[in-house]
Ligand binder design. Structure first.
Ligand SMILES: Cc1cc2nc3c(=O)[nH]c(=O)nc-3n(C[C@H](O)[C@H](O)[C@H](O)COP(=O)(O)OP(=O)(O)OC[C@H]3O[C@@H](n4cnc5c(N)ncnc54)[C@H](O)[C@@H]3O)c2cc1C
Length: 454
């Protein structure tokens, strides 16, 4: 075991943001093309407003249509669709979700302001009395206002400073109000959208799109986990302490050779105990699926996870997924560098065992060996695959031997030509990514997953 002391990561968050923006470039192009299509369709379908305030009304209607489009994108990002999960990966999905959330609120507020101002100008009335008239005389406008209020409330709970004031379950529960808000807004769009009232095919298409997305969400978030649980009859088969602060849980079931799991991905696991059946937590597979058992490894230092070591064997399990894009790049056969921070080793361990490579290096950093499970597995895999493993154990505050560009190049001389996979806390991933960027490693060759709240 090559033990090196490592310091606290401290790269600037913008570095990761740049990387994430790079990772979402293709999706951004698709989303932008979709927005252009929405504008073109609206231009063709909506009759232009006339008279005073016409420009404001037209702008308000277009912005409202765009808000509906962004809402669809948000739902798709959260639908855990295999193609989106695998292509974008969790980090890019979370970033896109946050950015689109801001756009959505801005579009909704602009829509409300422009429409109210436009109608007020048209009717030569005050903004206040126009707003009252919109609420009482138009169908579903009140519903839309309630929806906007809910979305703004959810947006506020997602501001990091506010979010950290509440337990995850409260934040997550508040987030579910988004579905109610979007359902309310749907009726407003269909009933009041000028472009829908005048163009039947557009109205029908929009209804089909929304129903299609709702069905996808319902299937992948709620029905599919139940189907998987019934089909595979997942149960806890073994609970084993790995280190004083981590536990490994083996999950058995029927026909697991058909269970849709890929090395590097994660599921949201729900253990059906009397106390915790209502919560699902994301944990990556810590062993490659072998058709007989699934395995996860978790730290046990949190409010929920401290109870994991006491999970009774035989308890039923529901798994939502697979999620995430930290999977082996197809066709890559060159050098591979895997970098894990703490329990970020879980998906990295499965890649270490499976990723095709002609030169394989793993760097595993942790504060103490108590936070570094799976090292026995890693040593076995390293021997079998003739790979290098470097354990970097030490205090965050020790300034020597950072995972700096220089250190990375020393530990993995192939780093410039390697496909790199990183997993750990968000700050760890940021720091390592900054070092790789300094070495000139191209974003295309870096895949990351941060274990952070989504
Ligand atoms: C994609 C992904 C993969 C992960 N894989 C692993 C893994 O393989 N092994 C591992 O040990 N950890 C993993 N985690 C982290 C793990 O899910 C959280 O640390 C754990 O759910 C927190 O529960 P707790 O009881 O330990 O902490 P708590 O004390 O309950 O909460 C601590 C913090 O954890 C976050 N959190 C709490 N509940 C949830 C939840 N249901 N979903 C998401 N975040 C939550 C919140 O930010 C909260 O502030 C992963 C996280 C993500 C996002």
């Amino acid at each position: 075991m090559d033990v090196i002391v490592a310091p606290r990561p401290s790269a600037h968050p913008r570095t990761l943001a740049r990387h994430r923006i790079g990772a979402t470039r293709g999706a951004t192009a698709v989303a932008t093309a979709g927005a252009a299509l929405v504008i073109a369709v609206w231009w063709d379908a909506a009759p232009p407003a006339l008279g005073r305030g016409a420009g404001l009304m037209d702008a308000g209607r277009l912005v409202g249509f765009l808000a509906g489009y962004v809402a669809v994108l948000q739902l798709l990002l959260r639908a855990r669709l295999g193609v989106i999960e695998r292509t974008l990966g969790t980090d890019a999905i979370n970033t896109a979700h946050r950015i689109l959330g801001c756009y959505l609120l801005a579009l909704i507020l602009s829509h409300a302001s422009l429409i109210t101002a436009g109608y007020a100008a048209s009717g030569r009335t005050s903004l206040g009395s126009q707003l009252r008239s919109l609420l009482t005389d138009y169908p579903y406008v009140l519903w839309a206002v309630i929806a906007a209020g809910l979305l703004i409330g959810v947006g506020l709970t997602s501001v990091p400073r506010v979010r950290h004031l509440m337990p995850y379950e409260v934040w997550h529960g508040a987030h579910l109000a988004v579905y109610l808000a979007l359902a309310l807004s749907f009726f407003h769009q269909i009933a009041d959208g000028e472009h829908f009232r005048h163009t039947a095919w557009l109205r029908t298409s929009w209804i089909v799109v929304w129903i299609g997305v709702a069905v996808m969400l319902l299937w992948s978030r709620w029905l599919r986990p139940v189907v998987l649980a019934l089909r595979h009859r997942l149960v806890v088969a073994e609970v084993r302490r790995d280190t004083p602060r981590t536990v490994t849980i083996a999950i058995a079931g029927r026909r697991l050779d058909r269970f849709p799991a890929t090395a590097g991905q994660y599921f949201r696991w729900r253990f059906l105990t009397a106390r915790r059946w209502h919560v699902a937590h994301p944990y990556s597979l810590s062993a490659e699926p072998d058709g007989h058992r699934l395995r996860i490894t978790a730290t046990t230092t949190g409010r929920y996870s401290c109870e994991l070591p006491d999970l009774p064997v035989g308890i039923r399990v529901v798994a939502e997924g697979p999620c995430g894009g930290l999977i082996a790049t197809r066709r890559w056969r060159g050098p591979v560098l895997l970098i894990a921070g703490g329990v970020g080793i879980t998906p990295i361990r499965t890649l270490f065992a499976t990723v095709p490579s002609n030169s394989l290096t793993l760097i595993y950093r942790g504060h103490s060996t108590d936070d570094m499970p799976l090292s026995e597995d890693l040593d076995d895999i390293a021997e079998r695959r003739h790979a290098d493993v470097h354990y970097l154990v030490g205090s965050r505050n020790d300034p020597t031997n950072a995972l700096s560009a220089q250190r990375l190049a020393t530990l993995c001389p192939d780093v410039h030509h390697a496909q790199v996979y990183i997993c750990g806390s968000a700050s760890f991933v940021r720091y390592v990514h900054a070092s790789l960027a300094a070495l000139g490693v191209c974003d295309r060759h870096i895949r990351t997953e941060s274990f952070e709240l989504a």
